[in-house]
Each structure stands twice: as C-alpha cells, then as structure tokens.
Design a protein around this ligand. Structure first.
Ligand code: HEM
Ligand SMILES: *[C@@H]1O[C@H](CO)[C@@H](O)[C@H](O)[C@H]1NC(C)=O
Ligand SMILES: *[C@@H]1O[C@H](CO)[C@@H](O)[C@H](O)[C@H]1NC(C)=O
Length: 529
C-alpha cells in the first residue's frame, strides 16, 4: 500500500503539472481572448479576424515588408501607409477604435484625443508595460525606468527626477556646447579633406551618444564610445530575438541568439561596472564625499543612503514596498537612459536637417534668427534658448511629421472605464502617435506637409501633438532633449549651409523608431562668421 503511494506520487505530480499547463494554455490562448473579444464586440469595437496563436501578425508582417521594400518615389511626408500599413488598412474599415491581435496580445488602437489624454493622465497606476514588452527588452535595458511598472516605476521616477530639473539642465548646457564643437570640427575636417557630401545621421548619432554619456555618467569619450558600440549591437540583437516572442516557450530555447545575447550583455555590464567602480573609488579614496549630482551620482548616492539606513534600522523593514536600488538596477538604469536618451534625439536632429535641407527658405529664416539671438558666433547661452522661436517651431514640426516614438503602448492591468468605453484587463492600449500627427481631421488638408507656421499660434490642443507623451509617465528627458536639439541645430546652422544631396533616397522605416534606411546625405557649404 505504502509502496503504491510512493510510486503514485510522481505520477500525480506529473499529471497535475500537465493539467496546470493545459489549463493555463487554454486560458491564455482560448478563454481570455474570447472573453476580451466578446466584451469589445458588445461595445461595437471590432477588428480583423484573428488566428489562434499568431493573431494578425503574419498579415501585418507581409503588409509591412511590401510597404517598405522600396524607397519612396519622392521626398513626401505622407508616410502613414508606409510605416504603419496595418493602421492605414484597418482604421478606415473598423473606425476610430479597433482591436487587433499581436499573437495572443490584444491591442486596442485608440485615436480619440480626449480619451487618450484622460487615459494617459489618470490611469497610470493601473496600466503599464506588457509582459511581451518587458520580456523583449529584458536582456537589453532590463528593469530600468522605461520598462518598470507600479511601485517599482514610481520609486525609480522619484529618484532620477532631480537629474532633470531646470538647475541641472543649465549645467549640462556647457557640456552640450563642447561636444557639438568637436562634432562641427570633425565635419569641417571632413569637408577640408574633400568630402563635399556627408551622411549626417552618423554624426548626429555619435554626438547624441557622446552628450548623454558625458552629462549623465561623466564618462570619458573613449569609454562612452565603447559603451555605445556594445549597446548598439545588443539592441539590434534583442530586437531580432523579440520577433519570436509570440511563440510560446521561445525564450527558453537555448538558441544561438539567446547565447549571443547573453555574451553581449555580460560585456556591457562589465564595462558599466568599470564606470561605476571608478566613481566609487573617487569617493572611497576621499577625493570627494559625494558621488556627484549627475544621473549616475544620484543613483549611487541613493543606493548608499538606503544601505546605511538599512544597517542602522535592521529591525524595521523598509517601508518602500520592497523597492531595492541595487547595482543591477543601476546598470539597467544607465542602459535605459543611454538608449532612451540618444537614439530619439539623434533622429530628431537627423530629420530636422533633412527637412531644412529640402526647405532652403526655412533654413535661411532659422539661420537669421540664430544670428540675431546668439550674436557670438551662434553659440546659444542657456538663457537665449527660449528666444529661438522659429527653431522651436521647426523642431516641433519635425517631431510631428517624424515622431521618434511612433506609438505609446500601455497594457491595462485592471478593467478600466474610459468615457463610454470599458477596457478589459489584459488589453494593450496602443496610441498611434504617428497616425495622429498626420491626421487630416486633426491638422487639416496640409497635414502631410512641412509647415512650421502651424505652430506659430500657441492655440494647438495638446491632445493631437504628443511626441513626448503626456501625464505622469511622459518623457522625463523632454526638456533635456529640446535643449540639446536647439543647441546643436543653432550651432550647426550657423557654421554650414546645407542642401539635400541627389544621392539621398527617401526611405523612412521603422526599427523601434523611425529611421532613414540609407541615411541622410547632405552637401555642405561652410559659412564664415
Ligand atoms: C526627441 C527626443 C525624445 C523623444 C521624442 C522622446 C519620447 C518619449 C516618449 C514618447 C516617452 C513615453 C514612452 C511611453 O510611455 O511609451 C518617453 C519616455 C522616456 N524618455 Fe524620452 N524622448 C526623447 C528624449 C529623451 C531623452 C534625451 C531622455 C534622457 C535623457 C529620455 C528618457 C526617457 C525615459 C527614461 C522615459 C521613460 C519614462 C517613464 O516611463 O517614466 N528621453 N520618451
Ligand atoms: C487577420 O489575420 C488573419 C490571419 O493571418 C487573416 O486570415 C485575416 O484575413 C486578417 N484580417 C484582416 C482584416 O486582414
Ligand atoms: C512645441 O511643442 C511643445 C510641446 O512638446 C510646446 O510646449 C511648445 O510650446 C511648442 N513650441 C512652439 C514654438 O510651437
């Protein structure tokens, strides 16, 4: 009898395990999707028919690859049907709210400005990054601010925000000017050695990476460059790997991809550790008594403070809901800010140069403004930046047409009542920023045209222009990015006149952000001032 029981136990365990997996699978793949579909359908929200497991992915992929297979015939900004062809196909068919399936993840596309504003402003605590998103970036930016949810997000946001106050930004301005001077010098060198045409996105990418690593982590140019290389490779790799995430269990496969990713991640982490250690050494030797007030310094100070508190009051468990700022999280945070802080900005700069190169009259207007406002050779002081109104209008028009973050995805963790709409738990709300920025209904017939004048009157409703998102989870680096962009563009435009090269092929494509596939080639003409 005892014997029987002993033999039975593993079997029972096995059967229960099997039943659990089967049950989860059934829930995940069949019951929940059907429930969500039913709830949405009752409210009149429809969408393309889904396939079990893959949803509408295959169709989206094929729409995508055919839309971006060729460069565009002309330099047109009518890019919605090219970059988000599924939106262009489904919006006219299913209306301003529709549901589609990215594998087993239901996505609700919302386009009503009032609902979007309300959703982003009020429901931050019950929505956030989905499992798919977090899994896809686990080996890349990890649990840092961009991917955190709930209390973890709240504490991180609270800790890092001092690095982005007005006072701090003012101190960064000098650094930004220095980095830009170096970049302009290397452009000048390239010109003098006979390169009349240059590819600007390369320069802008390196410049933005240089600025973020100097201002936020105080690293040397060399360390920053290494980090930049490693992180760029890691990012490309993770983007590849996450394409297969919809496939159940794929992350467990000991594939070549997964192995390579881990190896790259180890390298990045080791380099970051070096940067952190050298900062710690300075304090321990006694050269300084604070880790500094840039981002890395703030994070290290915070970690040391909580450590001290913990050793003093060992009996009382911390009251910050298990939030623990450890070295791993600091590394994740460094990667997060490096990623969030350089690619978006460099794309904004690249597209602005492209647009100004194609619009010489605006280029001249901005150049004249910079000359008038910054009469010391185009180097803008922090106080003067707010006077560069035309430049700000051009920047706004650029991020309207080519918003670096083209969607805002937020998963609902609870049932959410939004106006007349019930969003069931488990639905990912997708705010299609790009499509809204190009909407004729919201911007008028010239929505696809470059016309900075539309920003001349301040009376634009914020709901239709959301390049940095809105609400408590908006872009923490918005002021940083805009200051950086103004400094760089003002300095660049007063040193060079530029026209678009005949070699430029207009081929915007989506790789997380909106990129020019073949770069942006411009012809330079140095200006003496
Ligand atoms: C033109 C430049 C930039 C654009 C268009 C941009 C846009 C955005 C957007 C739309 C979000 C919200 C994403 C979402 O909720 O899904 C975001 C978040 C974020 N951005 Fe930026 N960003 C830019 C530059 C920067 C810079 C320079 C930094 C850092 C120095 C930065 C750091 C972050 C971080 C850490 C978050 C996450 C905030 C949170 O979840 O609480 N961004 N950005
Ligand atoms: C959605 O995807 C499925 C499967 O790929 C496909 O059969 C269906 O036609 C798609 N729906 C639409 C509206 O394109
Ligand atoms: C540009 O857009 C920002 C919002 O991102 C807004 O605060 C600012 O007033 C706009 N500036 C101009 C000149 O349109």
């Amino acid at each position: 009898m005892v014997m029987m029981a002993v033999m039975m136990t593993p079997l029972v365990i096995l059967v229960t395990m099997f039943l659990r997996v089967a049950c989860d699978t059934l829930l995940c793949y069949f019951v929940t999707p059907m429930r969500i579909e039913r709830i949405m359908e009752k409210q009149g929200v429809r969408g393309p028919k889904r396939r079990i497991l893959t949803g509408n992915i295959s169709e989206m992929l094929s729409l995508h690859s055919s839309a971006t297979s060729e460069p565009m015939k002309s330099i047109s900004h009518d890019i919605v049907s090219r970059l988000v062809p599924h939106f262009a196909a489904w919006y006219p068919k299913y209306g301003q709210r529709f549901l589609y399936w990215n594998g087993i993840e239901p996505r609700l596309c919302l386009t009503e400005t009032e609902l979007i504003k309300e959703f982003l402003a009020k429901y931050n605590s019950v929505s956030g990054r989905s499992w798919q998103q977090r899994q896809g970036s686990k080996h890349f930016i990890g649990e840092g601010l961009l991917m955190a949810n709930g209390d973890q997000w709240y504490h991180q946001r609270h800790i890092v925000s001092p690095a982005f106050t007005g006072e701090r930004l003012k101190e960064y301005a000098g650094n930004m000017v220095e980095c830009t001077k170096e970049m302009l010098q290397s452009l000048k060198n390239a010109f003098e050695s006979g390169h009349r045409e240059i590819e600007i996105s390369d320069y802008m990418t390196r410049l933005a990476a240089d600025i973020i690593s100097r201002t936020e982590f105080g690293t040397s140019y060399e360390k920053g460059k290494q980090l930049f290389q490693l992180l760029t490779n890691l990012q490309a790799h993770c983007a590849q790997a996450s394409r297969n995430l919809w496939f159940p269990g794929s992350r467990y496969f000991p594939s070549k991809y997964n192995r390579e990713t881990k190896a790259m991640k180890t390298k990045v982490d080791r380099l970051l550790m070096e940067i952190i250690e050298s900062r710690k050494d300075c304090v321990e030797i006694g050269r300084t008594n604070s880790y500094g007030n840039d981002l890395l310094g703030i994070l290290l100070n915070e970690m040391m403070m909580t450590k001290e508190k913990k050793t003093k009051t060992t009996t009382k468990r911390g009251n910050n809901n298990g939030f623990n700022l450890n070295l791993q999280l600091i590394k994740d945070e460094c990667k997060t800010f490096f990623f969030a802080g350089h690619e978006t900005t460099s794309l904004l700069l690249t597209w602005t140069v492209m647009l100004l190169a194609c619009n010489p009259s605006w280029q001249e207007k901005v150049r004249a403004e910079v000359k008038e406002v910054c009469n010391n050779g185009g180097i803008p002081s922090h106080e003067r930046l707010s006077k560069l109104t035309l430049l700000q209008m051009v920047i706004n028009e650029t991020i309207r047409l080519y918003p670096p973050a083209m969607v805002l995805p937020r998963m609902a963790f609870e049932d959410i009542k939004l106006g007349d709409l019930l969003i069931p738990k488990g639905v990912s709300v997708w705010v299609p920023v790009l499509a809204m920025h190009h909407s004729k209904k919201l911007w008028g017939e010239d929505a696809d045209e470059f016309n900075p004048n539309r920003f001349a009157s301040k009376s634009f409703s914020s709901g239709r222009f959301i390049p940095f998102a809105v609400g408590p989870r908006n872009c923490i680096g918005q002021a940083f990015a805009l200051m950086e962009a103004k400094i760089i563009l003002a300095m660049f435009i007063s040193k060079f006149r530029f026209t678009i090269s005949e070699n430029y092929r207009h081929a915007p494509e989506v790789v997380l952000t909106i990129k020019p596939r073949y770069g942006v080639q411009v012809c330079l003409e140095p200006l003496d001032n």
